[in-house]
Design a binder for this molecule. Structure first.
Ligand code: ADP
Ligand code: GN1
Ligand code: MG
Length: 371
C-alpha cells in the first residue's frame, strides 16, 4: 500500500486541480486510507486538496463506495445550499478527474480520490474543550436527521457486517484459535475479558429483528477525528470519512463517539491508569446528540444509548486484538504492540463503563425527561 512519489504525482495530476503541484505530504491520523495534503500553486495563489489512496484491502467494492460518497455529499450539498450554508466547507466535495470521473485508478491498479481541502478547521484526537465534544454530538445527531430522507436502498454495503458484533466475535475466536503469530499466550487476560461478554453482543441485532430498533442510514465511524471543528467559530463544521455510510444503528453512531471522545486518554495510550470514562464528557455529548437528533430517535433507541457506547468500545477492542493476533494486517500501526495497546485502552474503558453504568443511564434519562 505504500506509494512511491511517482504514483502520488501520477494520481495528483489525474485530477482537475488548479495550478502546479508544489508538495504532496502524508496528512492526518486515520488508520485506514493513505491521506496526503496536496499543495498547488498558480500565479502566486495557493490551492490545497486532500488526496487519498483508498484502502482496497479493506474496501472491496470501491465503485460502490464512491457512489455512496458522491450520492451522500451531493444530497448534503443541496440541503446546505437550501439552508444558506457554505457548501464548500460544510460537506466534503469530491474533485473530479480531468475526464470527469469521481476517482482515478493508477497505472498499478490503486484507487485514488481528491477532496477540496477544508482549511481553518481542526480534527481533534482528544477532546481539548468540552464544547467541541458537545458540538460534535450535535452534528452527528443532526446528521441522522439530515440523512433520514436519503434513499437508504441506494447505498452499497461497503463493509458487510461492519458493526455486526456477534460476527466480529466469530472472527475473533478464529484468530485466537489459529494464532498465526503465536501471540495468543501473551494476551490470555484480554481474550478472557472479551469471551466473558459474548452474551451481550447480540442484543441490538435481536431487538432489530423484533422490530424494536430501527435500521437507519448511519455514519458508522463517528470518532472525534472524523469531524472538523471550525477554528474561528468553534462549531462543528463538516463530518468527514464517509466510507462506511451504510444502513446501521443510531446507538452505534452515538456509541463510537463516546468510545473515542469521552475516554480521558488517547486510543493508544500505554498507561492504562489514564483511561476512564469521563462522565462530564459523556453528559455533554449525550445532550448534543439528543438535541441534534431533534426528537427523531425512538424511546428504545434512547434507552439503548449506554449499551451502544459499551458495545462499540468492546467491539473495537476485540477488532484491535483480532488484528494483533493476525499480525497487524488491518489497522495501520506505527510501533510494535500498537494494536495491543489500543485493545487494552478499549477494554479498560469497558470495565470503567460497567462501574459507571447507573450514572450513564441517569444522564441519558436526564436529557430525555419531559421538560
Ligand atoms: P481514514 O479513513 O484513514 O481515517 P479520513 O478520510 O478520516 O481517512 O482522513 C484522514 C484525515 O485527513 C482526517 O482525520 C483529517 O485530519 C484529514 N482530512 C480528510 N479529509 C479532509 C478535508 N477534506 N479537508 C481537510 N482535512 C481532511
Ligand atoms: C478506523 O478510518 P478511521 O481511522 O477513521 C476504522 C473504525 C475504527 C477506528 C478505530 C473502516 O477508523 O471502524 O473504529 O479505526 N475504520 C474502518 O480508531 O475500519
Ligand atoms: Mg478517519
Amino acid at each position: 500500500m505504500n506509494n512511491s512519489g511517482g504514483q502520488k504525482l501520477e494520481a495528483a495530476n489525474a485530477f482537475a486541480i488548479k495550478g502546479q503541484v508544489k508538495s504532496c505530504e502524508p496528512y492526518g491520523s486515520g488508520h485506514i486510507n493513505h491521506t496526503y495534503l496536496l499543495a498547488c500553486q498558480e500565479g502566486g495563489q495557493e490551492f490545497s486538496y486532500i488526496l487519498q489512496q483508498m484502502n482496497q484491502d479493506v474496501f472491496k467494492d470501491i465503485e460502490g463506495l464512491m457512489r455512496n460518497v458522491k450520492g451522500v455529499t451531493s444530497f448534503l450539498r443541496r440541503q446546505i445550499i437550501e439552508n444558506h450554508g457554505d457548501p464548500d466547507r460544510e460537506t466534503l466535495n469530491l474533485v473530479p478527474t480531468k475526464d470527469g470521473k469521481d476517482y482515478y485508478r493508477d497505472s498499478q491498479g490503486y484507487y485514488w480520490r481528491a477532496y477540496l481541502f477544508i482549511s481553518q478547521a481542526t480534527c481533534y484526537n482528544l477532546v481539548e474543550k468540552p464544547e467541541d465534544f458537545y458540538q460534535s454530538g450535535k452534528a452527528f445527531g443532526r446528521f441522522q436527521c439530515l440523512l433520514a430522507d436519503f434513499p437508504a436502498g441506494q447505498l452499497a454495503e461497503t463493509i458487510p457486517d461492519f458493526h455486526n458484533t456477534p460476527a466480529r466475535f466469530l472472527t475473533f475466536q478464529k484468530a485466537v484459535e489459529h494464532d498465526v503469530m503465536g501471540r495468543a499466550a501473551l494476551v490470555q487476560e484480554e481474550i478472557r475479558f472479551i469471551q466473558e461478554r459474548e452474551k451481550e453482543m447480540g442484543l441490538a441485532i435481536r431487538l432489530q429483528k423484533q422490530g424494536k430498533l430501527p435500521l437507519r442510514v448511519s455514519h458508522n465511524d463517528t470518532k472525534l477525528n472524523n469531524i472538523m471543528i471550525d477554528d474561528a467559530t468553534g462549531q462543528a463544521l463538516c463530518i468527514i470519512d464517509l466510507d462506511t455510510i451504510m444502513p446501521g444503528f443510531s446507538i452505534f453512531d452515538y456509541g463510537d463517539s463516546i468510545r473515542f471522545g469521552a475516554n480521558t486518554a488517547e486510543e493508544d495510550e500505554k498507561d492504562l491508569s489514564k483511561v476512564s470514562l469521563s462522565l462530564p464528557l459523556f453528559e455533554v455529548y449525550t445532550k448534543g446528540f439528543l438535541e441534534g437528533s431533534e426528537g427523531r430517535l425512538t424511546e428504545a433507541e434512547i434507552e439503548m444509548l449506554p449499551y451502544g457506547a459499551k458495545m462499540m468500545t468492546l467491539e473495537c477492542g476485540m477488532r484491535f486484538l483480532t488484528d494483533y493476533l493476525e499480525g497487524d494486517v488491518y489497522f495501520h500501526v506505527s510501533r510494535e504492540g500498537h494494536n495491543l495497546d489500543r485493545c487494552r485502552t478499549q477494554l479498560a474503558l469497558v470495565a470503567d463503563m460497567e462501574k459507571k453504568w447507573a450514572d450513564m443511564a441517569a444522564i441519558v434519562k436526564k436529557y430525555t425527561a419531559a421538560p
